[in-house]
Design a protein around this ligand. Structure first.
Ligand code: ATP
Length: 241
């Protein structure tokens, strides 16, 4: 289990995460949702140690994350805009990743599902956006991590690849792994997510199961449920936002 305890992060005078406490549980898929700029990517970067929180703690299975970042080996991350060295061929990217962790066992499920060997000799820099995304996802899966963090994972994927990915995400859940997904496509999250964390302005406005969110908002779908939460915030702020 990953726990964020009162996580706070500012860039200059702008507070981007404002005391976020959240638990991500094994065997469940959590959706991280919120408007543009609400802090989702920053929250993910704080989990990954790519951004340093100003305050708060990150716990793994109840133990504070080690300062040397060794815990990160347990996390597979597919970023929103993957960057690989443009001149490396697809096969070289995976060879490089495996050279970094020579003793780790390898899960080639997504390599096979996405037929990435067909592009093995293609420089990553010449791949289309969707193929780069496939490389990024297969890399996130490669070492069978306990935790998968997927930032807009279906962006740019064709419907067949998106279907294969959803199948792999459900399989990861069935194996008891922890999955966190951000997406603006709520219908897609609805298909997958067990839990929802909703951020606006760096503050967590809801964290709980999808069923609890639907019950709380009196809705049957995720989209009107999130709209209802936003309306509630506007009313609470006197219509200021
Ligand atoms: N390195 C940085 N320096 C300064 N400000 C930053 C930095 N990274 C993010 N921000 C600001 O932090 C806020 C939250 O950004 P973040 O990328 O976490 O939002 P998001 O919820 O992921 O947005 P989106 O849905 O558009 O991807 C934004 O106002 C952004 O401009």
């Amino acid at each position: 289990m990953i726990t964020l305890d009162s996580m706070r992060k500012a860039f200059g005078t702008r507070t981007v995460l404002d005391g976020v406490s959240l638990s991500l549980e094994p065997g469940r898929i959590a959706a991280l949702v919120g408007p543009n700029g609400s802090g989702k990517t920053t929250l993910i970067k704080c989990i990954l140690g790519l951004a340093r929180a100003d305050a708060g703690r990150l716990l793994l299975d109840g133990t504070p994350a080690d300062a040397d970042g060794a815990y990160r080996a347990r996390i597979g991350y597919a970023p929103q805009a993957p960057h690989f060295p443009a001149n490396l061929a697809v096969g070289e990217v995976f060879a490089m990743l495996q050279a970094l962790r020579p003793t780790a066992s390898v899960d080639e499920t997504l390599l096979d599902e996405f037929s990435l060997r067909a592009e093995w000799a293609t420089p990553v820099g010449t791949l289309s956006g969707g193929w780069r995304q496939k490389v990024s996802l297969a890399a996130a899966w490669l070492f069978r991590p306990d935790v998968l963090i997927l930032d807009e994972p279906t962006a740019g994927l064709d419907p067949i690849a998106a279907g294969l990915l959803k199948h792999a995400i459900r399989a990861a859940r069935a194996e008891g792994r922890t999955v966190l997904i951000t997406s603006h496509i709520l219908s897609e999250l609805e298909e997958l997510a067990d839990d929802v964390a909703f951020l606006t302005d760096g503050r967590l406005r809801f964290a709980g199961s999808v069923q609890a969110l639907l019950a709380e908002t009196g809705t049957r779908r995720l989209e009107p449920a999130i709209a209802a939460l936003l309306r509630g915030l506007k009313v609470a702020n006197g219509g200021a936002r």
